[in-house]
Design a protein around this ligand. Sequence first.
Ligand code: ZN
Length: 108
Amino acid sequence: MTAGESDGLRAIQRSRRWVWIWILSYVPVMWVVKRTTHSDLAAAPFVLIWTVAIVRCIARVMFVRCPRCNGLFHSTHSSPAIWNLLTRKCLQCGLPLHLEKVIYPSLE
Ligand SMILES: [Zn+2]
């Protein structure tokens, strides 16, 4: 494992974390906006911002490259896929996302 690979894996973890942050933040933010403004129209800009942000984050995760093989990390082929965003390893070379969970790193 090189320093570039571990930095790349941390970047993948960070981009995946942002997807979860946006997903989990929707309900509390909308609750606060609706509670303070009592208007659906006032919530529209927040819904628009949230939608753009979640699409951008998911697209970023879909197009992320593996630091080892430079293939798409979440895709089994050369085109990006949205179906494997929860995978724990590169679907092209098998590089695990969380190296601390690998029992025998020399066998990787
Ligand atoms: Zn790979």
